[in-house]
Design a binder for this molecule. Structure first.
Ligand SMILES: Nc1ncnc2c1ncn2[C@@H]1O[C@H](COP(=O)(O)OP(=O)(O)O)[C@@H](O)[C@H]1O
Ligand SMILES: [Mg+2]
Length: 155
């Protein structure tokens, strides 16, 4: 299913727009985007200074379709289907790491499509923490007291 969601017709621009929409809905004033182009080792980081998420909110944010599209949403909320973060990211990358900081606590969860693809049991493994070796990509969050950086793809 996740592999099929990758083909929903996003371009890099519209995928990033979907993620920036989330930052705006979260009250971000600044969104920093970094690109590193290196073939299959490419990555993109997106850092915002919005309200961030606690553990429970992050867990929900990483699930597919956690919000009912029929429910009323805040007029300033640009999201709708509860899918954008995941579908936009998977369209561009096989790994999505979301770290978020509230107060002194930083939480990080990660989807890795290769881990899902390689599990013969077909388990939905939502992984904890940043991919080993990618720690520097979330360092920027350290100096803030709230916000959400996402890392797409790469090592
Ligand atoms: N940058 C962010 N800052 C804070 N919360 C976020 C951010 N991105 C996503 N979220 C949370 O994750 C949820 C799921 O995002 P998404 O999959 O794009 O669906 P939707 O935007 O339709 O709600 C959002 O509703 C929001 O609660
Ligand atoms: Mg959204």
């Amino acid at each position: 299913m996740v592999e099929a969601l990758r083909g929903l017709g996003y371009t890099t621009e519209t995928a990033l727009a979907d993620l920036i929409d989330n930052s705006i809905s979260a009250g971000a004033r600044t969104v920093e985007i970094n690109f590193h182009w290196a073939g299959s080792e490419s990555w993109i980081t997106i850092l915002d200074d919005g309200v961030g998420m606690n553990d429970e909110e992050l867990d929900k944010a990483m699930r597919l379709g956690d919000k009912n599209p029929l429910h009323q949403r805040d007029p300033s909320d640009l999201g709708r289907f509860g899918l954008g973060l995941k579908t936009a990211s998977f369209s561009q990358a096989r790994r999505l790491s979301v770290a978020s900081r509230r107060g002194l606590k930083t939480s990080c969860l990660r989807w890795d499509l290769d881990v899902l693809a390689n599990d013969p049991e077909g388990g939905w493994h939502l992984l904890e923490g940043i991919h080993p070796g990618s720690e520097t990509k979330v360092e920027a969050l350290g100096g803030r007291d709230h916000g959400t950086p996402r890392t797409l793809g790469g090592p």
